[in-house]
Write a protein that binds this ligand. Structure first.
Ligand code: NDP
Length: 338
């Protein structure tokens, strides 16, 4: 009988790819949804992508509620905790997203204490921010974001708090060796349907001409297919227990991403921003624009992620940022999102 793996927030952009990878590897997948009315779309999208959805089922569970998590994890050999709020527009209040992210992670982990392998989707945002970073910096799994930095967005605070709380719980309860975190950079790659998440929404907005210019900010980029493969390899590789697996290929500025898109999609070239805004202008405009405010910590810094140990531990190699950005654009055009 196939072994069952729980995937939290299976309606999400990354979680659907994780579920696809698991189903294609022969696992049974139980996906959690906070609203079961999304089940049909998830089923349709995974089936269209070629998965055997006969091995897929759903349960209702919300990160901000206790109900459902124990039953969801029961009988599962592995848990992929992927769900967490990731809004493109940042809410007011530094801690606005923390209850769902941190307390939700603790609910999932407490319910999974007896599960063989737990993989949690954290983020490079929990790794790479500290005040006065040098212009070019390489981060490793030892690095932690300093959440005392006032400029950080509620999303960054929530992901850092959630991952820290998860490791603390795993350490005090003695299951640290069964927990692995996956910490991706900016995730591009193909969308499986029109529920695209915040990172592909950025590509969509660039292709649609929503911005006249972009902030001078750079991010380590990764393809969602590699992120999904890494989740499954982490699940199957007990040696990854206790590790934080940074997931990224190259670091690209938003301007470089625009240049890649412009060259790949000439029909959209005129709409895609060709210029960078000056940093001083972004700081000023951020006083009135919450989306721009979220990018302030990224101004003038190009963080690189050291991932050689990840490939060594899991065999996963990260495809170039260019391929990830183009695959994202192609899929958005195909589903008529732009
Ligand atoms: P999505 O917004 O597509 O997915 C987020 C998922 O979390 C959705 O399924 C959403 O459910 C679920 N969720 C949000 N709030 C709750 C809640 N209160 N209870 C239950 N489920 C909830 O984003 P991504 O797929 O991009 O992100 C998935 C994970 O990857 C997140 O943990 C994110 O922080 C992390 N990540 C993403 C990166 C990226 O660039 N995309 C980079 C690094 C990390 P619903 O469909 O109901 O809204």
């Amino acid at each position: 009988m196939a072994r069952r793996v729980l995937v939290t927030g299976v309606s999400g952009f990354i979680a659907k790819h994780v579920a696809l990878e698991l189903l294609n590897a022969g696992y049974e997948v139980r996906g959690t949804l906070r609203a079961l009315n999304k089940a049909e779309q998830v089923r349709r999208s995974l089936s269209k992508a070629g998965a055997d959805i006969g091995r897929l089922d759903f349960v209702a569970a919300d990160l901000v509620k206790d109900e459902g998590w124990e039953d969801a994890a029961a009988g599962c050999a592995g848990v992929m905790h992927v769900a967490s709020p990731f809004p493109i527009a940042q809410p007011r209040g530094r801690d606005a997203l923390t209850p769902a992210a941190r307390d939700g992670a603790l609910r999932v982990l407490r319910a999974s204490k007896n599960v063989e392998r737990i993989v949690m989707t954290s983020s490079l945002v929990a790794v790479m921010y500290r005040p006065n970073r040098p212009k070019v910096v390489t981060v490793t799994e030892e690095d932690w974001t300093d959440i005392s930095w006032r400029a950080l967005s509620p999303y960054v605070i929530s992901k850092t708090q959630a991952e820290k709380a998860a490791w603390d719980l795993a350490t005090t309860e003695g299951f640290r060796h069964r927990l692995t975190s996956v910490n991706p950079g900016f995730v591009f790659g193909p969308a499986l349907d029109d529920d695209i998440g915040a990172s592909l929404d950025t590509i969509r907005l660039l292709l649609k001409g929503a911005y006249p210019a972009v902030p001078p900010a750079s991010f380590p980029v990764v393809d969602v297919r590699d992120v999904a493969a890494l989740h499954v390899r982490a699940l199957e590789t007990p040696e990854t227990g206790g590790h934080r697996l940074l997931a990224a290929s190259e670091t690209k500025s938003l301007k470089e991403i625009c240049d890649i898109l412009r060259e790949a999609f000439p029909a959209y070239a005129k709409k895609i921003p060709a210029k960078e805004l000056p940093a001083w202008f972004v700081r000023l405009a951020a006083l009135f624009d919450r989306t721009l405010a979220a990018v302030i910590p990224d101004l003038g810094c190009a963080p690189h992620a050291d991932t050689a140990y990840v490939t060594e531990l899991t065999g996963v190699r990260f495809r170039p940022a260019r391929d990830a950005a183009i695959a994202a654009g192609e899929s958005l055009i195909k589903i008529k999102a732009v």
